[in-house]
Write a protein that binds this ligand. Sequence first.
Ligand code: FAD
Length: 286
Amino acid sequence: MISDLLNKTKTTISFEVSPPKTEDEFQAMFGKLDTFATLHPDFISCTYGAGGSKAGKTVEIASYIQHKLQIDAIAHMTCVGFKQADLQKNCELLEKEGIRYVMALRGDRPQYMSDEQFNGREFFYASDMIRYLKADTSLQIAGACYPEKHYEAESFESDLLHLKEKVEAGASFLITQLFFDNELFYRFKERAAACGITVPICAGIMPITSAKQIGTSVTLSGSSVPKSMADLIANYGENPDEMRKAGIDFAIRQILDLKEHGVDGIHIYTMNRPKTTAQIVAQITQ
Ligand code: FAD
């Protein structure tokens, strides 16, 4: 069980991958997964495309991770992407494929979706989906959390209370949004514990290897960019090789500090890049 592993003294190392967009990239993904496996992660999670068209791809990748690589796989699912009937079918497929873990998320509104469609979703919040999964399946459930609060939340406190609802509904461990300032994570963990959230929390770490990632992935995540990261971009952003090295080094330092502080797990947002991930893993598992 992943949650048992996370409860041990050792910090788990896990990866997030995503189904690529084109068929060629999708086929190439299996070779990348083979390389990820050589890094011996404790588990690998596979995201679910915002629009929902890639549900089958998420299951296919998760199934490869689980069966071919013999590594525990987590398949992501979103309230935005699934009506109840489709969710049930997807869960049956997951259980048939021997996948025991899901990440239950609300999802964001895809560009093509109207407000009416978005607000008319059958599962409104992640906790609604988690309650359903807990009652109707034997899947183990993970949830998302936000050290800097979710971008829509009225306040940090209200976000924590809703996070607590998510855990009470059945999320047995949590994975954070990416962050660059560990102090924010330590404060978040303290406040979560004070509010009665005691399940393991994996820290989500994204290595920034090019300046443009700040304008894409990071902006979308709603996470803040501290001065240390802004300085790094200012110093190395124009030089791709130096930027890559500095970004990897930043992630390694961040992870080593988290490990020293006894974090339950490190979840690397790999962006499907085995080479970068390998360079980080080599420095954090000695
Ligand atoms: P929720 O937990 O439902 O929370 C959403 C907002 O609603 C928060 O502001 C919360 O405070 C508020 N809220 C919750 N419950 C209530 C309530 N009862 N009443 C009022 N307000 C409430 N997106 C994808 O599309 N695919 C993925 O694969 C994916 N993977 C992710 C993995 C991780 C680790 C993380 C951190 C995010 C991921 N996302 C993914 C993005 C995620 O879908 C978005 O961040 C989304 O905006 C929120 O999802 P959630 O599950 O945290 O939502």
